[in-house]
Design a protein around this ligand. Structure first.
Ligand code: ZN
Length: 269
């Protein structure tokens, strides 16, 4: 009896920090586990972000950069607008966004880090049919940041071994290589729809973008089995599709949300 009480007491103690470490994702209100201090994750993300920029060329095409930067600015203003409409405290989400475009024509990619640094690759900008599709990626990536998905991933994975991980693993944990969970991916889709709508873009284009990306991924898979094309395909490996899995019925969900969100915010668009 005493023994059982002892174990119950210990498990209670162990659960305390976990309960107190749960936070709510703004917009979707989902409870998530997050006990990674902002300061720590900002420090480590900055380190890897600036190292990454040192190793890669930024585009010299001013028009392309300005196009992506302006879309980013509009999405940031839309996020602020969302917090004002919902009367939520924005102070913790007033992040120091930075947007860069790297001159990489081979990888179809974009990523966001927990320190609100967003990187687009030239190839993904050229892959988009219009500004609305770039806004869809931007809203989606900022959705991962606002939802603190990297904090959540590290919190789930956190054991003492995180502190002893090698550089490659930490780099992966920070959002470069590991796929988001389908739940996080759907959440970023929803936030993306909300933010791009409030920024004045057409959220249905997000569905078009993901459909186009899915078709592209299928083609790459098909050709990958052809040994003559292996080298070519390796050079063009679409990283974005490996870090951003396709949740079920993605396009349908996005189109349904687009209708809902357009209706909910019609007075603010
Ligand atoms: Zn994503």
């Amino acid at each position: 009896m005493k023994r059982r009480f002892f174990f119950r007491f210990i498990s209670y103690l162990l659960s305390l920090p976990l309960i107190s470490s749960c936070t709510k994702v703004p917009v979707t209100n989902r409870t998530q586990l997050n006990f990674v201090p902002d300061k720590w994750i900002r420090w480590i993300s900055d380190k890897y972000y600036y190292d990454y920029l040192d190793d890669n060329f930024l585009i010299q095409d001013v028009d392309m950069y300005n196009r992506v930067y302006d879309i980013g600015l509009k999405i940031q203003l839309a996020i602020k607008k969302y917090f004002e409409i919902k009367k939520l405290d924005f102070s913790k989400y007033n992040l120091d966004y930075e947007i860069n475009v790297v001159d990489d024509k081979r990888n179809l990619n974009a990523f966001a880090m927990a320190n609100a640094k967003i990187v687009f690759f030239r190839r993904i900008v050229e892959f988009c049919d219009n500004d609305d599709q770039i806004a869809a990626i931007m809203g989606h990536e900022m959705g991962h940041v606002i939802s603190k998905h990297i904090h959540e991933r590290i919190s789930h994975r956190f054991t003492w071994d995180v502190l002893t991980l090698g550089i490659a693993e930490i780099f992966a944990e920070l959002g470069f290589f590991l796929p988001w969970s389908r739940k996080q991916e759907s959440e970023a889709d929803y936030l993306g729809v909300v933010f791009m709508t409030l920024a004045g873009y057409d959220p249905n284009e997000a569905a078009v973008f993901w459909e186009k990306l899915y078709d592209y991924q299928q083609k790459v898979k098909k050709y990958r089995s052809n040994p003559d094309l292996i080298v070519k395909i390796k050079r063009n490996l679409p990283e974005f599709t490996s870090t951003h899995p396709f949740p079920e019925n993605r396009s349908k969900k996005i189109r349904d949300w687009a209708k809902e969100v357009n209706n909910e915010f019609k007075d603010y668009i």
